[in-house]
Design a protein around this ligand. Structure first.
Ligand code: UDP
Length: 460
């Protein structure tokens, strides 16, 4: 007989790929432990989400027919989402409660994305539990926390660098998140993040998509000061323990773009073991034409027994030089989207040239794939710093005096990871983090324990 869920959680996401994936995965994890989960996202994104056991319900951000790209600015978008989102999320919960029955109990908790701090007020007004899920590393989060607690002041003065903070390596100006390095450029995102951190302690739980071992220095340094608990890596179950088969779930379930799976997997199938350089700069970054050209020729120049798979949005593919496209032949495959986890887990993939978005970084760490970091904006420069200097699973590219990463530098970094002096160490560290990530989420692990305690409380 089917078990009746004992608690009902609304999981609310910001409508971007790097947010939908961890929040949806967390919702699936809660369902697997016996809770009911309703996934709330904007009208525009709701239609892309299909995940077993998850009820998907739309709310409004004011741009129901096309989403974020129709907003005049980030600030206007976040304001509109706050006003309409608060109202429609409240209505959704009241409706769900009105229709509640034994298989859909009344909503007793909101788990919300850290970019949507207004959800805390919705939970408080309804008298239910509020849980924020941080979608950056906790090391990055600690910087925002230090700003609100007065340890750091914006804008950062040049003489403050390198920054020396509890539990973090020394950080130079180009290693901190761009929201902090150039606060005026990203004022709307920064305001939402700082609002979140100002009220962090008002939540019943604060969770982060990371795991204790990965950021242990920070965990030790901040333990007493803040309420954050780790629940990651939030990855579909099939990737977390292939050996013990703790699950068969291979996809997050919410792709906003259609992956070209057949073409991608057929091509990978033909490549030798650990020979492919996989390149992707995520869902949001816009790369300048000159930079795309340098990456293209850098990939063309890699060793003759390596090929590349490059994920590039349509808008970015237009920037590729014609001579390059005419010359690649069998050397490379360029697609607009793929199932990144499936690619990273593929036996043919040996190295990931990445923008170091937090999800991509965690995915590569959890699947043991060495990286070449080419960070673009947001938290990526700091993730890249950790990837090279703390976790030691790859190298970061260096820009020239015009801010461009040249083709020779891209080639140099790929060689460094593949055959350079550090390559053995990098591979063995990558395997170590892969095991540590699995351990955190499997029975008895630190993230497993944090989630279990939370679920038990909600079921009471
Ligand atoms: N992703 C994917 N297919 C692609 C490129 C990216 O499935 O072709 C997924 C990737 O696995 C990750 C997310 O999209 O979970 C991107 O999040 P991330 O934080 O790495 O970067 P963002 O897109 O937010 O910059």
């Amino acid at each position: 007989m089917e078990k009746k869920p004992k608690g009902h959680v609304i999981v609310l996401t910001y409508p971007a790929q790097g947010h939908i994936n961890p929040l949806l995965q967390f919702a699936k994890c809660l369902v697997s432990k016996g809770l009911k989960a309703t996934f709330a996202t904007t009208h525009y994104t709701a239609k892309f989400i299909r995940a077993d056991g998850i009820n998907v319900m739309p709310i409004s951000d004011g741009y129901d027919n096309g989403g974020f790209k129709f907003a005049p600015s980030v600030e206007a978008y976040l304001d509109s989402f706050k006003t309409l989102g608060s109202r429609t999320l409240t209505e959704l919960i009241l409706n769900l409660n009105h229709e509640s029955n034994s298989s859909s109990p009344p909503v007793n908790c909101i788990v919300y994305d850290s970019l949507l701090p207004w959800a805390l007020d919705v939970a408080k007004n309804l008298g239910i539990y509020s849980v924020v899920l941080l979608t950056n590393s906790v090391s990055v989060c600690s910087l925002y926390w230090h700003i609100n607690s007065g340890v750091l002041n914006l804008p950062f003065e040049t003489e403050k660098f390198p920054l020396s903070l509890p539990g973090l390596p020394l950080l130079s100006h180009d290693e901190i998140p761009s929201f902090l390095a150039c606060p005026t450029h990203h004022s709307a995102y920064l305001a939402a993040i700082l609002e979140q951190f100002l009220r962090l302690g008002d939540n019943d739980w604060v969770f982060a998509n990371s795991f204790e071992d990965l950021e242990i220095e920070l965990v030790k340094a901040m333990e007493e000061a803040w309420p954050v608990q780790m629940v990651g890596p939030l990855l579909p179950s099939a990737y977390l323990d292939e050996e013990h088969q703790i699950g068969t779930d291979k996809d997050y379930g919410g792709n906003l773009r259609k992956p070209n799976d057949d073409k991608c997997l057929n091509w990978l199938e033909k490549q030798p073991q650990k020979s492919v350089i996989f390149v992707s700069f995520g869902s949001m970054a816009e790369i300048d034409e000159k930079q795309i050209e340098e990456v293209a020729w850098g990939l063309k120049m890699i060793s003759s027994n390596q090929n590349f798979l490059w994920i590039l949005k349509e808008s970015e593919q237009k920037k590729l030089p014609i001579q390059f496209l005419d010359s690649i032949g069998e050397k490379g495959l360029i697609l607009t989207w793929c199932n990144q986890l499936q690619v990273l887990a593929n036996r043919a993939v040996s190295c990931f040239v990445t923008h170091c978005g937090w999800n991509s970084t965690l995915e590569a760490l959890s699947l043991g794939v060495p990286m070449v970091a080419m960070p673009q904006w947001s938290d990526q420069p700091m993730n890249a710093k950790f990837m090279e200097d703390v976790w030691k699973v790859g190298v970061r590219v260096k820009k020239d005096e015009n801010g461009i990463v040249r083709r020779e530098e891209i080639g140099r970094c790929i060689r460094e990871v593949m055959i350079g002096g550090k390559c053995e160490g990098i591979r063995s560290n990558a395997s170590k983090w892969r095991e540590n990530g699995k351990r955190a989420v499997c029975f008895g692990g630190s993230s497993y324990h944090n989630i279990d305690k939370f679920v038990a409380k909600l079921m009471k």
